[in-house]
Ligand binder design. Structure first.
Ligand code: 5GP
Ligand code: ZN
Length: 117
């Protein structure tokens, strides 16, 4: 499987090892690292190694890849002793997306608030 790379993308640079990150998990297709500005005691960023800008750019045949994000989130939450947690995927500026390499936030370690938006 070939990996798409955007040379200007900070998460592609993390995948390539050109930018440091505090890594939590890696497999053939996925990397998880700690958020540089954590919004909870545990804040992981789950990304595909291949550059996909937003959820809108996800191809139908990549659905299984995104499905694995949930399995990885579940297992990381268990590994880090999070009894409850939240996963978030922001899409486009209006959805709060700042880094345009698709990623899922995994947040835990404190009581999540009721508000989402
Ligand atoms: P978004 O708002 O796009 O859903 O979330 C992007 C997240 O990436 C933010 O929570 C931000 O703190 C995190 N982030 C941005 N740049 C870096 C970086 O260079 N390293 C790490 N580890 N996280 C980053
Ligand atoms: Zn990228």
């Amino acid at each position: 499987m070939s990996i798409d790379v955007d040379p200007d993308c900070i998460f592609c640079k993390i995948v390539a090892g050109e930018l440091p990150s505090d890594q939590l998990y890696e497999d053939r297709d996925v990397v998880v690292f700690k958020d540089i500005k954590p919004q909870a005691p545990f804040h992981g960023i789950i990304i595909p190694k291949s550059h996909i800008a937003t959820l809108n750019d996800l191809r139908d045949e990549q659905a299984e890849l995104m499905g694995r994000f949930f399995v990885i989130a579940r297992d990381l939450a268990a590994k880090h002793g999070l009894p409850g947690y939240r996963v978030v995927l922001n899409t486009n500026a209006e959805g709060g997306q700042v880094v345009f390499h698709i990623h899922m936030h995994l947040l835990g370690g404190r009581q999540m608030q009721a508000t989402l938006g």
